[in-house]
Design a binder for this molecule. Structure first.
Ligand SMILES: Nc1ncnc2c1ncn2[C@@H]1O[C@H](COP(=O)(O)OP(=O)(O)OP(=O)(O)O)[C@@H](O)[C@H]1O
Ligand SMILES: [Mg+2]
Length: 352
């Protein structure tokens, strides 16, 4: 049999977000990468709120449905916890320690830097390289999240008959997806790129430079506010308001009186996020804004942000260079692209 693409990775990327569960499976082979399976399943209102799973049963059911819909054979998943659920800290440790010694050092540092009891958190660490001015020390990146953040996700997967193979952190999944988008374009890689994910309940800023995440921040803000305003103003249900946002059909005053102020609000938020970034220790100017998340599908939002912020902005799409397995609706995949950044980063982790 001809095998142009490698065997399936058997690990799917699963973004459990506040409005839906997004599933993506990517294989890596000699001819490049290919989308093997893809499906999105809506979640009941408030079953996930601001990245916290409130109703594991309902979310587990949705995961089961999305797996079925996608047709994947995989039974292991890569999932992510949100950036704000994770505390990271760069510590230094003596170079050349054995693994067990390094772990002891890391736990000591964690005890000092993490504001929770150590038995309530999951800790991971990675040696970054030699510390700046000293050959005898190494920098170590320490990451910790409350155990419940991971357990909630593991429970949901278990309810759907899946195992958690990888638990990543959302901003790092965006770093991963950006690596795919940048490809071999070294000029672009050297640029400072702000990926701004405007979801339904949360908006994050992720600054990438030299393929590395150098800054991240997220806050509650997103398209749900627009949905709620449509519900209030036109007396629509949540579902109908959500549909109207995508397909239109609202009264004439919608554009000037509802959508325009919301676009303004997005621009204000992005401006504020960038100010946070510039006032942090990192002050490399952002060259380019890439808009992600479902709310970036608002028509013309990229041009609007370019005009209002003064930095070239466009929609990001992780699927432009990917092949698709036969039977996948490529048009829909491309249309959903900006909202699939996290799922994409997770799927890539799954096939490394
Ligand atoms: N064409 C469109 N115009 C305006 N808004 C849209 C459009 N398509 C989708 N949206 C909005 O995008 C949001 C969903 O985006 P996305 O899938 O990125 O959110 P999410 O990942 O579920 O949320 P969060 O990241 O906050 O958990 C919803 O508020 C939806 O109404
Ligand atoms: Mg999201």
């Amino acid at each position: 049999m001809l095998e142009l693409f490698s065997k399936r990775s058997q690990i799917i990327g699963l973004d459990i977000s506040s409005t839906s569960v997004k599933l993506l499976e990517i294989s890596r082979g000699k001819l490049g990468m290919q989308v093997e399976s893809y499906a999105v399943e809506p979640l009941p209102v408030n079953s996930v709120n601001e990245k916290t799973i409130q109703d594991p049963e309902a979310v587990g059911e949705a995961v089961r449905r999305v797996v079925k819909k996608s047709g994947t054979k995989a039974n292991r998943a890569a999932v992510a916890v949100s950036g704000s659920a994770v505390i990271t800290k760069v510590i230094t440790a003596p170079a050349g320690l054995r693994d067990s010694e390094l772990e002891t050092q890391v736990m000591l540092a964690a005890d000092q830097h993490i504001p929770y009891a150590l038995n309530e958190v999951n800790i991971d660490f990675q040696v970054l390289g030699p510390a700046a001015d000293d050959g005898k020390q190494v920098d170590v990146l320490l990451a910790a999240t409350k155990t419940e953040n991971i357990e909630d996700r593991e429970l949901v997967l278990k309810l759907a008959g899946l195992k958690a193979a990888i638990v990543d952190v959302e901003p790092y999944t965006i770093e991963h997806a950006m690596d795919l988008i940048i490809g071999n374009d070294e000029e672009r890689a050297a640029k400072t790129i702000a990926v701004i994910d405007v979801g339904a309940t949360m908006t994050s800023l992720n600054v990438i430079q030299d393929r590395q995440l150098i800054y991240t921040r997220e806050q509650p803000f997103g398209g749900k506010l627009l949905t709620e305003e449509i519900m209030r103003r036109y007396g629509l249900s949540y579902q109908d308001a959500g549909r109207a946002k995508r397909v239109g059909g609202l009264p004439e005053d919608y554009l000037p009186e509802v959508l325009e102020p919301f676009k303004q609000s997005i621009a204000q938020h992005i401006n504020r996020y960038l100010q946070f970034y510039y006032s942090s220790s990192q002050d490399v100017e952002v060259d380019e804004i890439l808009l992600a998340g479902g709310s970036s599908s608002i028509e013309g939002i990229d041009g609007y942000i370019t005009d209002h912020i003064g930095t070239p902005s466009s929609l990001v799409n992780p699927f432009e260079r990917l092949e698709c397995r036969e039977g996948i609706d490529r048009e829909r995949l491309i249309q959903d692209g900006p909202a699939m950044m996290i799922a994409c980063g997770l799927a890539l982790r799954g096939n490394e």
